[in-house]
Design a protein around this ligand. Sequence first.
Ligand SMILES: [Zn+2]
Length: 234
Amino acid sequence: MAVTALKALSDNYIWLYQIGQDMVVVDPGEAQPVLDYLNNHDVNLATILLTHDHADHTAGVREIVAKYPATTVYGPKECSGDADTIVYEGETIDLLGQSCEIIFVPGHTNGHIAYLVDGNLFCGDALFMAGCGRVFTRDYQAQFETVNKLGQLADDVKVYAAHEYSETNLRFAKEVDPSNTAVEEALKNVRQQRKNDEPTLPSTIAEEKQINPFIRANDFDEFVQLRNKRDGFN
Ligand SMILES: [Zn+2]
């Protein structure tokens, strides 16, 4: 099993999950990086997974499927314009012979889902390294529950978020939790990785429990305060 990051748009990652020659693409917000990868590697595109209905996660689907019509596209109901197979909370799908669990993670959008396969969490914009997605739905309760739900996954689960927001998130975490040495350490590592032009992801659930202010919030009110403060932080 291998997971590869493809850079897309300004700060998106399209994750490629591969077993042997077979490949799964998560949230292709652009077609070209995926098509280039497929042209340059001896792999079969089997499946596309969509986490939620935002163009920077879905805009590449049609062009990819036009060239690879045998591809199955899974997604939540809000992605029914692009997905041919709609999946729901608690369902498991077969992904290259592995059992993949569908987790409902609303808040950023109403229908957002995440995929958990073999200890790898593809969570779109529900959870970021040291952060979480903006609550476009205004349903803060949903996002609070989502973050807590993901925080309860096994410590060694790898978190493949869809954006390179780690450095800003960690600077924010440092501001709101200045005595947290794990945040300090993570920020140092992330700055080095960015300098080397390397992805800072994945993180792990264990790491997020130490550095993510949204998982660490004591209660709903603190979560909402943090989220509002983060919205105005650059
Ligand atoms: Zn989004």
